[in-house]
Design a binder for this molecule. Structure first.
Ligand code: GLY
Length: 582
């Protein structure tokens, strides 16, 4: 394992292309947001890129043993739930974008959490009909949706996997039993969240034994997680969705101190994953494909890129303020449509095709033809082609960064692009059987209406909250070309879109594209990544009329490019991930 780590962790300088070097000249050679520099990882046969070295290793071992991408996905996810418990796990949900090489087919699987059958649209309102404060809703049982991840892993493995299920669960059982060293990132996040984690005895005892955060390097064992995985190993998804584990999930939610929730055994028993057609948007010679509703990811990434299609970004570079004006305002226009139209389309009619129709995006893109930032009034939702007469109000749901993304290509060319989450860092903070429970329901809008007009992303029983997760596979000549995704709440969309512009238009390799300093605009304020070359663009963007804000932008982009010569992997230097391949 050491050899493989060394392979991936060779130090590199600030990964900017030559064109942007001028802008970077006076900036420290390493990004202040924790970047230590990463070098492109290459492989000939297969590759896995995930947010934690243990998880990457688990996936690598499966691929090395002849497993396929779906097999590796199971091992990676179950290991992530142990070593990166704050971001994703079996108490949460996930989206899988999958390319089946033999069938030549791209599809998606929706393992998103659902609202309990007894939930009402007013779930996150007080007795006066006022929205709860965000963290009052997050912490406790009210925010917990029916977890989807175990069912997603089990059902897709039953259909598409090649190695025995139990063999894929075994590595995480062993690591939970033997223990793993607490990483600096896990320690820092526990330390920052001590007060909320301490509200629940089980959670406190695991993350703050003796009242202090688990120290870096502490050998952390999780026998309860090992026992849960053993039940799942022996009984498949039933081991999670019925029996003792299901009962204790429901008990934990319904008896949460101060904030009990509504999740019931029937919600777990009735949970189903959904296979859905991939949403693909045209960008230059590529089809950018990903997860459609209930995720806003593929639609919003597709809208941003589709609006940029008419502009010659390849002749610009990553240090050009005008390029960022185009990207920033394309993003603002896309977010205006997202807030108006996007939700779980099984519950709310959506103009899914109209939102990414080339003619519509060309027309929206014409709004970008000036040289100043669009005014607030100009950034309004558009009118995509749609057969429904329906009045919807703009959405107000809040999303904060957590989540994890991994990318896998196997030796037969099958591709997994999976983004997975328990929503907020440490989810609802409720823990049972060795894993944290999600707070995914707070991805719904808390208000149900605005001025009497209904909001598409309001809570409804059984509905899936709108997501920003954007697991992506870019197709070129009908074959997978780029595999990428990121955590980061609603900034995920910008992280993925700008990484694709960097890779597809600015000729950065996938590592350079992922390491490129972030500039992200969702609702008007331009966020510039602190301590990076992005700060140098602040005066120009201010002069164009943007409100700018310098801050940490902690993406977790993990990507693979598939070339005729082999695979190229990129790891986000802002996190602790690793690319491994052979
Ligand atoms: N909870 C993060 C997302 O679904 O976008």
């Amino acid at each position: 394992m050491k050899k493989l780590w060394a392979f991936a962790l060779l130090a590199a300088g600030l990964a900017l292309p030559a064109q942007a070097q001028e802008a970077a000249d006076s900036v420290a050679p390493e990004m202040a947001s924790g970047n230590t520099g990463r070098q492109l990882v290459t492989a000939k046969k297969f590759m896995v890129v995930a947010a934690n070295p243990h998880a990457s290793q688990a996936g690598f071992d499966v691929l090395k043993a002849g497993g396929n991408a779906i097999d590796a996905m199971v091992a990676v996810q179950l290991t992530l739930g142990l070593v990166e418990p704050q971001s994703s796990g079996i108490g949460g949900g996930a989206f899988l974008v999958y390319y089946d090489a033999e069938a030549g087919k791209l599809t998606t699987y929706d393992g998103r959490e659902t609202a309990p059958a007894s939930a009402t649209p007013e779930l996150f309102q007080n007795e006066n009909g006022e929205p709860l404060k965000f963290y009052d809703a997050v912490v406790g049982g009210l925010s917990v949706g029916t977890p989807g991840t175990v069912k997603l892993l089990y059902d897709t493995h039953s259909k598409l996997g090649s190695l025995p299920w139990a063999d894929l669960v075994a590595p995480a059982i062993k690591l939970a039993t033997d223990g793993f060293k607490v990483s600096p990132r896990l320690n820092a996040l526990i330390t920052a969240d001590q007060e909320r984690l301490s509200r629940f005895e089980t959670t406190k005892n695991y993350f703050l034994p003796g009242g202090t955060p688990l120290p870096v390097g502490h050998l952390l064992k999780n026998p309860e997680y090992a026992a849960t995985l053993t039940a799942i190993s022996q009984n498949g998804a039933d081991g999670f969705y019925s029996g003792d584990i299901a009962k204790s999930v429901v008990d934990t939610v319904q008896s949460a101190k101060g904030n009990p929730g509504k999740l019931a055994l029937e919600d777990l028993a009735n949970y189903k994953i959904k296979e859905r057609t991939a949403v693909c948007a045209k960008y230059r010679v590529y089809e950018v494909c990903g997860m459609g509703p209930p995720s806003s990811g593929a639609l919003t990434v597709g809208q941003i890129l589709g609006q940029l299609n008419s502009y010659d970004l390849p002749s610009m570079n990553s240090g050009d303020p005008n390029a960022w004006r185009l990207i920033g305002d394309a993003s603002r226009l896309a977010f205006a449509d997202r807030g108006r139209y996007m939700a779980d389309s099984d519950y709310v009619p959506m103009p899914t095709k109209g939102l990414i129709a080339p003619a519509y995006l060309k027309e929206r893109g014409e709004l970008l033809s000036g040289d100043k930032a669009l005014s607030k009034e100009q950034v309004a939702p558009g009118n995509p082609t749609w057969d429904h007469a329906m009045l919807l109000a703009d959405d107000e749901s809040i999303e904060l960064p957590s989540t994890s993304h991994f990318s896998i290509v196997d030796a037969n060319g099958n591709v997994v692009s999976m983004t997975t989450t328990i929503e907020n860092g440490f989810g609802s903070r409720l823990m049972t059987n060795g894993f944290l429970l999600n707070n995914e329901l707070t991805d719904f809008s808390f208000p149900t209406h605005s001025d009497g007009v209904p909001i598409a992303n309001r809570v409804e029983p059984g509905k899936r909250p709108r997501s920003s997760m954007s697991p992506t596979i870019v197709m070129k000549d009908d074959k997978p070309f780029v595999v990428v995704g990121s955590p980061g709440g609603s900034r995920i969309i910008g992280y993925v879109a700008t990484t694709l512009v960097a890779n597809l238009d600015w000729s950065m390799n996938i590592q350079e594209a992922i390491s490129m300093p972030h500039l992200i605009n969702r609702f008007g304020t331009y966020d510039l990544e602190k301590g990076t070359a992005a700060e140098k663009l602040q005066p120009a963007l201010d002069a164009m009329g943007y409100k700018t804000n310098i801050r940490d932008l902690n993406s977790g982009l993990h990507g693979i490019v598939i070339t005729a010569d082999g695979l190229q992997g990129g790891v986000d230097p802002r996190r602790e991930g690793l690319a491994l391949g052979e």
